[in-house]
Ligand binder design. Structure first.
Ligand SMILES: Cc1cc2nc3c(=O)[nH]c(=O)nc-3n(C[C@H](O)[C@H](O)[C@H](O)COP(=O)(O)OP(=O)(O)OC[C@H]3O[C@@H](n4cnc5c(N)ncnc54)[C@H](O)[C@@H]3O)c2cc1C
Length: 391
């Protein structure tokens, strides 16, 4: 196909979680925007699939996420209204662990600092209230009534549909093969065409490191496995009967959601086997160890869910050394921005990240506090660390 060199205000590379929200916010503001996605929209080969993503406010990762999260909730509700579809399922969340575990203590601190509604429950209280759970006595839970989940594929579709309705152009199955600064703008080459733009936003998820090879970002792409298992008493595992759950035990850190989209209780283990992978060659098949890592949690804490396997999926985390995101301008090219490396906890915030990136691309600044996510924190740390942390 002949190169057309059409000109846009902004080109967004990667139309997954972050990219779909960015395209949406840019289009809402009247920018001429092009979103380019190498696979279909949505797809199951990146980091935004698997039917559910947990959303919560009492953030143990760092209290400074909370203002962004509050805005993310508002934006998800706005998107639901625009799309006329439920996207935010409020089920409550149980942050479970023994005394001193990071998820319980951090969520408790965040709830105190930001005056968020919460309850502290003993193991016995959890087990009585939610008979799907069999927590040992030493555990306790911080229950957050405003926790819940989002269906990521539907959220991507809703953002893209609303972006197109507002005038955006979005192309699936068109991979960006090169980008180059061109005067004050950029020239973007794809498998189908060449385009020009004033600004470029890179939201390429697990592929962002290779798009910015010169920066030698200290990123680690990790293979994750999600499992859905058929429960014996399914009524105990339904939305409305069981909240979403984050549980830290001797086995590691598990995240779980009630039955939604697949006839099974969903469970994943943070960092799974700590396998560092290439996103183009990641192993998308499963072995007994993959399943056993998940079943170890089921046997001990949710024994009624230790039933037949319903579904398994592979997904990827893109981790920074401190597990905070990257939202920033390119250090060399001021017309280029990136939003990525969500370190396994970014989907819930894609709605507000879209707003941040539209601010940066159109105005060069944002009113949101994003200092935690700046590239400068990696100065001198450009090689990937060898081991994964515990969450
Ligand atoms: C198993 C698992 C569980 C998770 N659980 C949670 C959770 O409960 N709550 C939560 O908030 N977060 C969670 N996360 C994290 C969250 O899902 C991710 O952080 C988020 O979805 C990442 O979005 P992204 O836009 O960066 O990546 P993606 O959605 O993967 O998007 C990147 C896109 O860029 C495209 N792309 C790359 N290169 C090119 C190119 N050259 N040309 C065109 N397109 C390109 C890719 O194909 C892809 O579509 C989880 C992640 C995983 C893997």
């Amino acid at each position: 196909m002949a190169a057309t060199k059409r000109h846009f205000d902004v080109i967004v590379v990667g139309v997954g979680g972050m990219g779909s929200a960015t395209v949406y916010h840019l289009a809402q503001r009247g920018a001429r925007v092009l979103g380019l996605e190498q696979f279909g929209i949505p797809h199951e080969l990146g980091s935004s699939h698997g039917h559910t993503r947990i959303i919560r406010q009492a953030y143990y990762e760092h209290p400074s996420y909370v203002p962004l999260l509050l805005r993310a909730y508002e934006l998800w509700q706005e998107l639901e209204t625009a799309a006329d579809e439920q996207l935010l399922f409020i089920t409550g969340i149980l942050n479970i662990g023994a005394s001193g575990t990071f998820n319980f203590e951090g969520a408790w601190r965040s709830a105190q600092d930001h005056d968020l509604p919460h309850e502290v429950l003993s193991a016995d209280e959890v087990n009585r209230r939610y008979p799907a759970c069999r927590l040992p006595e030493e555990m306790r839970a911080l229950y957050e009534p405003l926790g819940g989940f989002l269906p990521p594929e539907r959220c991507v579709v809703a953002h893209v549909e609303q972006a197109i309705a507002a005038g955006a152009e979005v192309h699936g199955h068109e991979a960006v093969t090169d980008w180059q600064p061109d005067g004050g703008g950029v020239r973007v080459t794809t498998t189908r065409d060449t385009y020009l733009a004033d600004r470029l936003v890179l939201t390429a998820g697990a592929w962002v490191g290779r798009m910015l090879a010169d920066l030698r970002l200290p990123l680690r792409v990790e293979r994750q496995v999600l499992g859905w298992f058929q429960p014996q008493e399914p009524e105990l595992f339904q939305v409305g009967r069981l909240p979403v759950i984050g549980l830290v035990g001797d086995e590691g850190y598990a995240y779980c959601t009630p039955v939604y989209g697949v006839p099974g209780f969903k469970i994943g283990k943070y960092h799974h086997r700590s396998e560092v992978v290439d996103p183009n060659t990641v192993n998308r098949t499963f072995d007994a160890e993959d399943e056993e890592l998940l079943r170890a949690f089921l046997r001990r804490y949710f024994p009624l869910a230790d039933g037949p396997t319903m579904q398994l999926k592979v997904c990827m985390f893109t981790n920074t050394p401190d597990e905070h995101f990257i939202l920033d301008r390119h250090p060399e090219w001021s017309q280029v921005y990136l939003a990525s490396a969500c370190s396994g906890h970014g989907f819930k915030m894609t709605s507000v990240v879209g707003e941040v990136m539209a601010d940066l691309a159109l105005d060069g600044e944002t009113k949101h506090a994003i200092d935690l996510f700046r590239l400068a924190r990696f100065a001198g740390a450009t090689t990937a660390p060898a081991t994964a942390s515990t969450r």
